[in-house]
Design a protein. Structure first.
Length: 300
């Protein structure tokens, strides 16, 4: 939020110095960055709240709303950029002082690049879609600025004024693609999409390592909610076991999985291995269940 006003001022100044529609597009995207940063701050504060009587699973999904808001703002900025590009394409104008304006824009890009690096690193560390979305958006802004500078240089070298709005239009289309990806990702999160395939595979491998002659697993289900993850699975144990014995074994499994997969809430359901109904559950745990032996038959 502190960096955004600085980059807005720099890019707006560069635009007025050069009268470049490409630099105008770059400045407009920086305004989106500021709005997105404010939305991200609000979403992160809400997502950090603990579970309460009305939100038993916490508030972590609030992060998806900020990503959706950012995606929507990106569409607005891109529409403005494309409209300005069409106007300038129909009535091209020469770029003024092409040396000073791009130099100022480079300074703004360096600021955005540094902030993007910090956000992406923090997003990976804290598993935050909001921080990652902001980081990728700022990184896209850096590449956008590079494209705009290329457009200005092409105008200077070739003398073709229409190259400036053409590059600006391409920038607008690139921004729309970024916005679509953010909205799509937030939508998948709100729809309780399963965790990434590699995460599911890791959990499945961890369950496989905990198999014994008596204990088996199936029906693994996962979902993400912002920085939190949820995994549920069915645990198959001999029907002759007492409730206490089954509970103690499963409780140890839950605690070990919880320690291995940080920020993942583990939920288990105990079932008797001998009951055919125990195998009629939907899940994505693809490792075959071990066949029963005589040792697991129900004690009369």
């Amino acid at each position: 939020m502190a960096a955004a006003p600085a980059t807005i001022a720099l890019k707006t100044g560069a635009r007025y110095i050069t009268d470049s529609v490409g630099l105008l597009a770059d400045a407009a995207e920086s305004i989106v960055n500021l709005v997105a940063a404010i939305a991200a701050l609000i979403a992160l504060r809400v997502a950090a709240r603990a579970a309460d009587d009305n939100h038993h699973y916490g508030h972590s999904k609030a992060e998806y709303f900020s990503a959706a808001i950012e995606g929507g703002m990106i569409f607005v900025a891109a529409s403005f950029i494309i409209w300005q590009s069409i106007v300038r394409l129909l009535a091209p104008q020469p770029i003024e002082q092409p040396g000073i304006g791009p130099a100022i824009s480079v300074v703004a890009s360096v600021i955005n690049g540094a902030v993007a690096f910090v956000l992406l690193r923090a997003g990976r560390e804290h598993r935050s879609i909001t921080l990652r979305a902001d980081g990728h958006h700022l990184l896209t802004d850096v590449w956008t600025s590079g494209g705009v500078l290329v457009g200005v240089l092409l105008v200077v070298v070739t003398g073709i004024d229409r190259l400036d709005p053409i590059v600006a239009m391409l920038v607008g289309l690139n921004i729309i693609w970024t916005g679509w990806k953010l909205i799509s990702e937030s939508g998948r999160g709100l729809m309780d999409e399963a965790l990434e395939p590699e995460v599911n595979a890791a959990i499945a491998a961890a369950l496989d390592a905990r198999r014994t002659d008596d204990v088996d697993f199936h029906g693994l289900r996962t979902r993400g909610a912002g920085h939190l993850s949820f995994a549920a699975m069915h645990v198959l144990v001999p029907g002759s076991w007492s409730v206490r014995r089954a509970h103690d074994v499963v409780d140890d499994i839950e605690q070990s999985l919880q320690a291995e997969f940080r920020d993942t809430e583990i939920t288990t359901h105990i079932e008797p291995r001998e009951d055919p109904r125990a195998y009629d559950d939907f899940g994505d745990y693809e490792v075959p269940i071990q066949p029963l032996t005589d040792d697991h038959e129900e004690t009369p």
